[in-house]
Write a protein that binds this ligand. Structure first.
Ligand SMILES: [Zn+2]
Length: 173
């Protein structure tokens, strides 16, 4: 008599997770960059699905602070419980595809690669606070990606847990 109930529970779980999946609204202008970013996550064995489906939207918006002295090019927006719900990019970043790519990867880095803080103020890498030269980063893209992923908190944590498992499997005497 237990089987039908179990089946029902499994079905209910599948339905809930697929309805969650539909709620992530991904802006078509950021979609190719996001796909590219996820390909890189796969190659570095970084899980991104659960984080993706916890979001409401990933979008280009026109309501971020924009001024001559400095604009907010992108940010993570949080709900009242401090959970990230949106990844947004300022529309002015779209004026140049290279800037858009750096800004998008910077924000994806904060969220998917778990960079809670910036690496430096203005040191010419994707996770610095500001970037005086987006073009230097764009011209050094392959290397920039390597730094972004290999020095990310989530990647370093994975490496550590692999090292721990290996050490447990092959204890040194
Ligand atoms: Zn940032």
């Amino acid at each position: 008599m237990k089987k039908p109930l179990l089946l029902f529970l499994i079905l209910a779980t599948i339905c809930t997770s697929s309805s969650n999946a539909q709620q992530v609204n991904i802006d078509g202008r950021l979609k190719p960059l996001l796909d590219n970013f996820f390909e890189l996550c796969k190659s570095y064995n970084i899980e991104y699905n659960d984080k993706l489906f916890a979001l409401k939207k990933i979008a280009v918006v026109d309501d971020l602070n924009t001024s001559q002295r400095g604009s907010t090019l992108g940010m993570l927006q949080r709900d009242e419980f401090k959970n990230v719900e949106n990844i947004v990019v300022n529309w002015i970043a779209m004026l140049d595809p290279e800037i858009l790519r750096v800004v998008a990867f910077h924000e994806f880095g904060h969220y998917f690669l778990e960079y809670d803080t910036h690496v430096c103020d203005d040191c010419g890498i994707i996770m610095s606070v500001v970037n005086s030269s987006y073009f230097e980063i764009a011209n050094d893209w392959e290397n920039q990606i390597k730094i972004l992923f290999e020095q990310s908190p989530v990647y370093l944590r994975n490496q550590n847990s692999i090292a721990t498992k290996v050490a447990q499997a092959y204890p040194m005497n």
